[in-house]
Each structure stands twice: as structure tokens, then as C-alpha cells.
Design a protein around this ligand. Structure first.
Ligand code: FAD
Length: 260
């Protein structure tokens, strides 16, 4: 397992504000960093760590390094007690005077931010695919429940209010899935389109959140109970609007591409 260590306590959306440092000493780099929210932190065998080799250059001073988890000075800090995706771990990763050979620099010095953003393009489509799974499951569970739950002598699936919710859930899922497939197809063809990756991530994560909320509404009291699976879908869906760039940051990327 690997970890992607970019975020710091004061640098999330604004990844260029990281203060992690890497100083070249002879044929090694010495890294100091406090990273947080790092997925797989406690299990990763190695990390890709982003740190500034030249802080005066801003994002152009960021470089990427491969750092094995068992190097002296690497430690795992606080584990996040998360609302959802409870089977995935995220933790602080701390680097104190960690020495790595110069060949652990990934790409040229100063290209770390570009590497991070290119990685994000692909990660966003993976996020979208996971979110589509939540959208579909929310819909499948809702259809099943609507056919069996009876109120006023009839299954709730006979009510137009419920049928239209199901239809809207299907529309959202189909739209998000089509966008995801298109963005993924372009990545496979070597023509990654950052704008489309961001569109897919925003559309799919927001569709998943809305579908999970609609499923909870259709299940109503049982949707709010931990006895049924839809409350878990709601908790899980939210993260897709946050990591790998929040929904707002996707809009920053999309509008930036539209206006360039
Ligand atoms: C479970 C989990 C796993 C994670 N895994 C990883 C990981 O493996 N590696 C890693 O490096 N990071 C990881 N992260 C960090 C994640 O990428 C950040 O939390 C995310 O980028 C948002 O940063 P922030 O939380 O600091 O929010 P902030 O950047 O503080 O944003 C706060 C709010 O302001 C909005 N905002 C900020 N800037 C702008 C802007 N310019 N325009 C409009 N709105 C803006 C945001 O959208 C948000 O609503 C993980 C986070 C979580 C919760």
C-alpha cells in the first residue's frame, strides 16, 4: 500500500501553501514535514511526499519524493475518527530529519506541484467511479424498498412523489456515469482532460450525496436508523465532495479552464 502525502494542517485546498521542506545535503535530501489526513497512513509501505526544495519559488519550489515508511524519522500520528468510509484509514504522517538518497526525487526538482495535479486528474475520475457506485446502490435499495413498503394500503412505489424521486436518481446516476466514462476514456487514450476530470468528480460526488439523501428520505424512519444501509451511504457519499479537491475546487478548475 502507498500513501499520497500532500495535505498539511494549514494547506488543504491551497496545496501550494505547504511548509514541508526538503534540503539537499550531499547525495541526500533531508525532509521535515507534518502531513495530515493521509489515506493508508498507518498501512503504507511508502509515501509520495510533497515538500519545498525552494520555498521562495512558491508552487514552482515544490518537489515530490518517494519515502519508505520504515526510514528513521518517519512516524504515524493521529488517526482520523471519520464520519464515513470507516474501512479506510487516514492519519497524520510526520517526517523528522528523514534522509533519502537523491534518486528518491520523483521527476525534476520544482515539478512536484505539476506531478500532484496530474495525479489528481486521474484520482478524481477514480473518485467519480466510487461515487457512482454509491449513487447506483442508493437507487437499487430505494427501488426495492419502494416496492415493498406499504402506506395507505398501497406500496409507496405507486406514489408519483416517490416515482419521480426514483427517476431523478436514475437521471443523476446516468449523467454522472457517462461523464466518468468519457473522462476515463480520454485518460486511457493519453489525452487527459483536467476540466472533464473535474466535471466528472463534481457531478458524480454531488449525485451520490443527493441520491443517498433521497434514499434516506424514501426509507424515512428506517433510513435514519443504523439497522438499514442507507445512512451509511449518506456518510460515505460526503467524502467524495471533499477529498482530491472539494466541489468548490472542482469549480475553480473548471472555470479556470473555461476562461483560459
Ligand atoms: C478522509 C480523508 C482522506 C484524505 N486523504 C488524503 C490523502 O491521502 N492525501 C492528501 O494529501 N490529502 C488527503 N485528504 C485531504 C483532503 O484532500 C483535503 O481535506 C481537501 O483538499 C480540503 O482541504 P481542507 O480540508 O484543508 O479544506 P480547506 O482548504 O480549508 O477548505 C475549506 C472550505 O473552503 C473552500 N475553499 C477553499 N479554497 C477555496 C477557493 N479557492 N475557492 C472556493 N472555495 C474554496 C473549500 O471548498 C471548503 O469548503 C483527505 C481528507 C479526508 C477527510
Amino acid at each position: 500500500m502507498a500513501g499520497f502525502a500532500l495535505t498539511e494542517p494549514n494547506a488543504g485546498s491551497d496545496a501550494g501553501a505547504i511548509i514541508a521542506k526538503a534540503v539537499k545535503v550531499g547525495d541526500e535530501y533531508v525532509l521535515n514535514a507534518h502531513k495530515c489526513f493521509i489515506t493508508n497512513g498507518p498501512h503504507a509501505k511508502f509515501f509520495v511526499v510533497f515538500a519545498k526544495t525552494n520555498p521562495s519559488l512558491g508552487i514552482k519550489g515544490i518537489s515530490a519524493f518517494l519515502v519508505e515508511a520504515d526510514r528513521p524519522g518517519v512516524s504515524i500520528g493521529k488517526h482520523e475518527d471519520k464520519m464515513g468510509i470507516r474501512l479506510s484509514t487516514a492519519s497524520d504522517v510526520i517526517l523528522e530529519d528523514v534522509h533519502v538518497p537523491v534518486d528518491h526525487l520523483l521527476g525534476p526538482e520544482g515539478k512536484g506541484f505539476k506531478i500532484a495535479m496530474q495525479t489528481m486528474d486521474i484520482a478524481r475520475v477514480e473518485c467519480a467511479a466510487c461515487a457512482n457506485g454509491i449513487s447506483q446502490r442508493a437507487l437499487d435499495l430505494s427501488i426495492e424498498y419502494a416496492k415493498t413498503r406499504v402506506t395507505f394500503g398501497k406500496p409507496i412505489a405507486s406514489l408519483q412523489a416517490i416515482r419521480f424521486m426514483l427517476a431523478d436518481m436514475e437521471i443523476r446516476t446516468q449523467l454522472a456515469r457517462s461523464l466518468t466514462y468519457r473522462a476515463a476514456e480520454l485518460i486511457d487514450a493519453g489525452q487527459t482532460d483536467s476540466k472533464l476530470c473535474a466535471c466528472a468528480k463534481a457531478a458524480a460526488s454531488e449525485a451520490a450525496m443527493q441520491n443517498a439523501m433521497d434514499a434516506a428520505q424514501i426509507y424515512s424512519g428506517y433510513g435514519y436508523s443504523r439497522e438499514y444501509p442507507v445512512e451509511k451511504l449518506m456518510r460515505d457519499a460526503k467524502i467524495y465532495m471533499i477529498f482530491d479537491g472539494t466541489s468548490q475546487i472542482q469549480r475553480v478548475v473548471i472555470s479556470g479552464n473555461l476562461l483560459k
